[in-house]
Structure formats: structure tokens, C-alpha cells
Ligand binder design. Structure first.
Ligand code: F6P
Length: 525
């Protein structure tokens, strides 16, 4: 981290020729965007040139909706990186993949490794390199693990860097948004801020200063969870709303608005939620986001994100069952916050806030910025807990597994098979067949279907189901009860709560309800 922070310092000292790029898929790309937005805001303050940029697989629309297919495309990753870096002499590239698995990022790192005269590649993930994904990638001669090993070889000459603290299993299996996303933010923020302090405030980058940033995050953690009673109450409230088919609305200001939008949009692919179950809104909409592609509201209702939009479209029909959660800090326009809260209060008293305060108001900009980043982290932890807890209460999680995931790329396809194996104890082949039956909505798989590439199964165009959720639960019921597709669907229809449907199927099939030990199932990237 010290070496990488020194590169940041070098880049900031030579802004005309340099670029820092953070890139990732899904949550990792959203964290990249958030970090870049906050960092650019900070360098804007003393009138410095902004040299930080982000790439997210699938483009800006992926910040608000899940675009998982581009994650499988290494060539696309390399092309996007090449384009954004045109004309730059020095590029510090940080490829983020929590599971060390995203082909999109692997393609970018490979591109950097081929142009080490310009690029210094950094890989950030939370797996040891020997456990990086080694599955073949689309139209590609190498896999992720190859690239990670080449990175380690170049690290010996300080031409590339691998940052991969191993954090253990995800808290709720299958989500890189919680622990992985937070650790990504802490690590990269520490690096960027240490580099910035060295370039503009005459400090040296040392292991001590890096560890001071990390310790600061630990304090944020302690402060945040010291409010666990209030958090539990919010989880309970949000869970009740979702169970009543009502909604949770996050109304955020500035980057806390981005945190809210991100948390809300991730509920769709992670828990099979509807996009309007939990929704985020930000002051000034896309103007505040400052994303590269600008206003995307023409793309559909998922992209309607301004407070004004909330007032125009949601507020008139807001009910007492909907939870309203305001996210702001003392730096925001508190008159604006109060005015909106007054409007909301006329319709519901189910109004809550996560509000961050300072002890002293007269502080230098850099300290203010680090406060902002701590507030972001704290808000992220709160919202991750609220949305996850609410979906657990709604019955979307079975024995800590998010079983209603969308099977929209090769990693998620493997994860789905893995989950089926764990719960049924059946072979990989049997689980894959059941999954394909659910994907193609048929009991009779054709030769074309079984022999197609994984990318075909997951592209949504060639399949009948179009990933309208319940794919994995359907397959699970078919295997466990030995029934047809229609019977499995009927069973799920009779139990609107997924967890109840799966539990009922296990008890009625008289088969012992067990989970295979982790080490007897193929390791998941
Ligand atoms: O493809 C889905 C997904 O698992 C997202 O949930 C996640 O944010 C994204 O991939 C990126 O994962 P990683 O950081 O491990 O590459």
C-alpha cells in the first residue's frame, strides 16, 4: 500500500501526463466510482487538476442496475481502459475484483502488463493468488489466475502490485457488496489520501500513516455499531415494510445519496428484489452524481433518482407502511433537509434519519474530506445491514445463502450450481441439469441447450426464463422433490416466501436437510 500511495503522489505531482484509473464490476465498479467522485471533489478544492477516473463494466447504467454480462468480457475491459488512457504517459491502474475472478478486470490487467512502460497495474482482491479463478474466459487464452501470477512476478520489480488481504468468508454467502465493498473502500481511500497528503501537504508516505487511515476506519466501525439498537429497530421497520409489500426510500445528500442509490440497486440481483422495493434518491439527481455519461433518466424508472423526482412521483402515494430514511451530514443544506422532511411528514410519520455530525466546524479541508469518507463508510455499513436484514426478514435468504440470485454471468452460473450442490448433496451434473431446466423453462433439455457455452445460458436472450428470478429455487425444488418444472413452480406459487418454500420442500421430501461440508464442494471464486 505504501508503494502504491507513492505512485499516487508521483501522479499528482505530474498531473498533465498522468491518470489514475479505478475499475471493477458490480459493487467493485460502484465503489470505484464513489472513490473517484470523492477524491476528485477533494482535489478540486485547492484548484488542482483532477486526474482520477473510473471504469465500471457495463458503463454508467451499471451503477444503478445490474449489468453482469460485460463482467465476462476481458477484451471489452481492455478496450475501455485503452480508450480512457489515450495520450497519457503514466497510468496507475487499480483493477478491483473481490473474488479475484472478474474476466473484465483480468483483461485490463493483462493489457497493462503488456504496456508496463505506461501502466503500473494494481490488483485489489480478497483471495490468495493461488485461489484466484482459473476457469477459461470468453475468447481468451489466459485466465484470471494466470494474470494474478504474472502480477506477482512483476511485483518483485515494483512494476505491478497485488493487494489481497484475506478477509474470510462473506458474511452472507454470495455478497461482495458488504465486507468486500467496504474493505475496497478503506484500502483505496487510505492509499489515495496518503498520496494526496504527500503531494500537497509535505507529508511522507509511511506504513504508519497508512495504518492511521485504517485505524480511523476501525473507529468508524466501533462508532457505527455502538448504535446497534437503533440499527436493529430500523432493520425491523424495513423488514415489516417489505413484508407488507411496501417500500423503503433512502433520501440522501451528496455522496451519501450515492451510497443509498448503490445499496438500493444491489438488492435486485442479490435478493431477487423488485427495483422499487428499496429505492435511493439524491439531491439534484445526475447533476450531483457527476458520472461520465450524464443524465440517464431517459433509460427508465430505475434511473429516476432526484429528490424532485421523488416529490413528483412517489410522495403523492406515500403510505404509513413505507419507510423513509434521510441520509445527510452537517455539511448539507439543513434548510433543504428540513423542508423535504416537512413535506414527507405530512404523509407519514415513518420517517428516520442517519445524520452525521462534527464536534468542531472550523477544520481544514483535508480533515473535512476524511470526515466525509468516514461518514460514507458508516452510512454504507448501516444501509447494508438494513437492506440485508430486511430481506432476511422477508424470507429471501435461506440458511445464510442468497438463494434467489440472478444467474446472469458465468460466475453466478457456477455459484448457482454450487448452492444447489450444497443443499441437495447431488452431483454437479444433476444440479447443472436442473438449473438448465429452470433457465430454459423446460423438462426436456435439447442437445443444443446442454452443449451450449455458459455465456449462452446466462445471456438472457437465448433462454426462455430471461432470469426473472426464482431460477435457483425452482431448480432446488425440482431436485429435492424429484418433480417437474410445473410442479416446482406450483410449489413456489403456494409459498410466496422463498425460505418457507424451500423449508417445506425439504421437510416434505423426507430427505435429511443438510448442507454439504464446504470442502466437499468445488471452491467458488
Ligand atoms: O456478477 C455479480 C457480482 O458477484 C456482484 O455481486 C459483484 O459486485 C461483482 O460480481 C463483482 O465481484 P468481484 O468484485 O468479486 O469481481
Amino acid at each position: 500500500m505504501v508503494d502504491v500511495a507513492k505512485r499516487v503522489e508521483m501522479m499528482l505531482r505530474d498531473p498533465e501526463e498522468s491518470l489514475i484509473v479505478l475499475s471493477g464490476c458490480g459493487t467493485s465498479g460502484r465503489i470505484a466510482f464513489l472513490l473517484v467522485t470523492s477524491f476528485n471533489e477533494m482535489v478540486k478544492a485547492p484548484k488542482q487538476k483532477q486526474i482520477c477516473s473510473y471504469i465500471i463494466a457495463g458503463g454508467d447504467r451499471a451503477m444503478l442496475t445490474s449489468q453482469e454480462a460485460p463482467e465476462d468480457d476481458p477484451a471489452l475491459g481492455a478496450r475501455m481502459l485503452d480508450k480512457i488512457c489515450a495520450g497519457k504517459k503514466h497510468v496507475l491502474f487499480v483493477g478491483i475484483s473481490c473474488g479475484m475472478s472478474a474476466p473484465f478486470v483480468a483483461g485490463q490487467l493483462d493489457f497493462c502488463l503488456k504496456h508496463l512502460d505506461v501502466f503500473t497495474p494494481v490488483l485489489l482482491g480478497f483471495n490468495p493468488v493461488h485461489m484466484a479463478r482459473s476457469e477459461p474466459m470468453q475468447d481468451c487464452s489466459f485466465h484470471f489466475k494466470d494474470v494474478a501470477e504474472r502480477m506477482i512476478a512483476e511485483q518483485r520489480h515494483k512494476k505491478a502490485f497485488v493487494l489481497n488481504p484475506v478477509l474470510g468468508a462473506e458474511a452472507i454467502s454470495g455478497s461482495s457488496r458488504m465486507k468486500g465493498g467496504s474493505a475496497t473502500k478503506i484500502i483505496l481511500e487510505s492509499i489515495l489520501l496518503a498520496g494526496h497528503e504527500a503531494a500537497f501537504r509535505g507529508k511522507r508516505v509511511t506504513p504508519e500513516c497508512i495504518s492511521a487511515w485504517i485505524t480511523a476506519s476501525e473507529m468508524v466501525y466501533e462508532t457505527t455499531y455502538s448504535h446497534s439498537d437503533e440499527l436493529a429497530a430500523l432493520i425491523h421497520q424495513a423488514g415489516e415494510s417489505l413484508q407488507m409489500k411496501a417500500h423503503v426510500y433512502y433520501i440522501g445528500w451528496q455522496t451519501l445519496g450515492i451510497i443509498g442509490l448503490t445499496d438500493a440497486s444491489e438488492c435486485v440481483p442479490t435478493f431477487g428484489a423488485d427495483f422499487d422495493d428499496i429505492r435511493g434518491f439524491i439531491n439534484n439527481g445526475f447533476r450531483e452524481m457527476k458520472n461520465k455519461e450524464g443524465d440517464l433518466s431517459f433509460l427508465g424508472p430505475e434511473f429516476v433518482i432526484g429528490h424532485k423526482d421523488f416529490v413528483d412521483t412517489i410522495l403523492p402515494s406515500l403510505s404509513q407502511n413505507d419507510v423513509m430514511l434521510f441520509l445527510f451530514t452537517v455539511n448539507d443544506d439543513l434548510h433543504e433537509v428540513t423542508a423535504l422532511a416537512d413535506q414527507v411528514r405530512r404523509r407519514t410519520s415513518n420517517l428516520h434519519a442517519i445524520a452525521h455530525d462534527l464536534e468542531k466546524f472550523t477544520i481544514p479541508v483535508i480533515v473535512m474530506v476524511s470526515h466525509l469518507q468516514r461518514w460514507e463508510l458508516s452510512t454504507k455499513w448501516c444501509l447494508n445491514a438494513i437492506s440485508t436484514g430486511a430481506h432476511v426478514l422477508k424470507g429471501k435468504v435461506y440458511m445464510n445463502y442468497m438463494i434467489d440470485l440472478r444467474v446472469t454471468n458465468s460466475k453466478l452460473y457456477r455459484r448457482a450450481i454450487n448452492i444447489l450442490q450444497r443443499f441437495t448433496g447431488c452431483s454437479k451434473g444433476e444440479c447443472e441439469r436442473a438449473l438448465l431446466r429452470a433457465i430454459y423453462s423446460t423438462d426436456d433439455l435439447s442437445e443444443d441447450m446442454t452443449s451450449a457455452d455458459v455465456w449462452k445460458h446466462t445471456d438472457g436472450e437465448s433462454t426462455v426464463n430471461k432470469f426473472k428470478f426464482l431460477v435457483v429455487p425452482t431448480a432446488l425444488v425440482m431436485i429435492q422433490c424429484g418433480c417437474t418444472l410445473a410442479e416446482a413452480r406450483h410449489h413456489l406459487d403456494c409459498h410466496p416466501v422463498i425460505r418457507d418454500a424451500v423449508s417445506a420442500c425439504f421437510s416434505s421430501s423426507k430427505t435429511k436437510n443438510f448442507i454439504k461440508p464446504l470442502d466437499s464442494v468445488e471452491a467458488e471464486p
